[in-house]
Design a protein. Structure first.
Length: 230
């Protein structure tokens, strides 16, 4: 009896999941957009739920990368990201890009991370000319990290859980943690691998088409600081 009841209760969810998979698999045939298929095995795969809340329900609609429905993004136009990094892809993040934020290639951001490019009590600039926060490539912000305005973290920076980062570590290749965050360990530069994925995506856009984001989704001044005349 219990097994039969479980089957009766679970079949609607199973049916919905199957429909979702069919939609993701065939979406590119209808629209020409392949992001569901091409990002399926990546660190920040684009999922139907995220796409639906952003593109249909218009929650965090300005973000040109996939964002979890529970995350809040402000000033997406002033956030420049590299391939396969999506701030707010994880649950419960707060991404304030109004002061200008750069997040480098393949950097990963865990749940409940706060990126605060405008200090509390300050008015955001109308259009920042540089990045208030710079987070390098191949870095990792673990759970419940806060990064404050004016911080620069170099490539291969690992930030420990529950840390509050108020000082810069521009040399990177290190582990930092604490409140305020301090240096815990230096990483061997020779052991830090610079890898790239074939057919990488920047949010919903193939890296090969990055120039299409300039002006329409990303502030051109900040875009040019990273991508130049892409």
């Amino acid at each position: 009896m219990g097994r039969r009841l479980n089957m009766q209760l679970s079949w609607p969810a199973t049916a919905v999941d199957r429909l979702r998979r069919i939609f993701e698999a065939r979406f590119h045939r209808l629209t020409g957009k392949r992001f569901f298929v091409d990002t399926a095995q990546t660190q920040v795969d684009i999922r139907f739920r995220m796409w639906f809340w952003q593109r249909v329900m218009r929650r965090n609609a300005d973000a040109y990368w996939p964002v979890h429905p529970s995350t809040r993004v402000r000033g997406a136009r002033f956030v420049v990201i590299g391939p396969e990094t999506s701030p707010g892809w994880s649950v419960g993040c707060d991404i304030d890009g109004r002061g200008g934020v750069y997040i480098g290639d393949y950097t990963q951001i865990a749940p409940t991370v706060r990126i605060q490019s405008v200090a509390d009590g300050r008015e955001p600039p109308a259009a920042p000319e540089d990045f208030s926060i710079h987070i390098g490539k191949y870095s990792l912000l673990t759970m419940n990290v806060t990064v404050g305005a004016g911080v620069k973290l170099g490539d291969f920076t690992i930030v420990g859980a529950n840390s509050v980062v108020t000082d810069s570590f521009p040399e990177g290749h290190c582990v930092i943690a604490g409140n305020p965050a301090r240096l815990i360990k230096r990483l061997d530069r020779a052991a830090c691998e610079h890898w790239q994925r074939k057919n990488a995506y920047v949010g919903y856009t193939p890296l090969a088409e990055i120039a299409t984001l300039r002006g329409q989704y990303v502030d051109p001044v900040l875009f040019d600081r990273v991508w130049g005349a892409a």
